[in-house]
Design a protein around this ligand. Sequence first.
Ligand code: ZN
Length: 138
Amino acid sequence: MENSTKITLGAIGLGLLTFHLYCKKQRKNDTPKVFYRKKLVNNYNGYVVPPFGVYIKESERDNLPLLEHELVHWKQFQREGLLPFLINYSKEAINKGYDANPYEIEARTVESDYCKENYTECIRTGQAVTAFNPNFRR
Ligand SMILES: [Zn+2]
C-alpha cells in the first residue's frame, strides 16, 4: 500500500474514532447545545441534529413547548444511539408519514389528542401549542 493511502486511511480512522467518542459523550449529555437560526430546512421551527444539538428558528427563541418537543427527540437519540435512532425514525417516517410517526407523537407531549395525530394541520392553523407556522412542511 502507498504511504499516502495509509496516511489517508489513518486520518479517516482517526476521524471516525473521534466522531464515535463524541457521539458516546453526547448520548450522556442531558443539556444539548441549542443553536438559533434565522431559517431552518423545510420551513421547520426546530429539529435535532444528533450528536451536535438542537436547532430552533430564531423567531421561536422563547417558545418553551417547542424546545421541550425537540428535547424529547434528543432523549430518543440518547436512548437508542445515533444510527439506530436515525434508522428507526426514518423507517417510521417512510411507513407512517410525519404526522403518524411514533417518534413524533412521543415528542408532542403538550399537544391535544387531536393535534398529537394531526400535527401538520394543527401547526398550520394555529391549533398546536408548540408553534404556529402557515408554511410548515410546505
Ligand atoms: Zn419532532
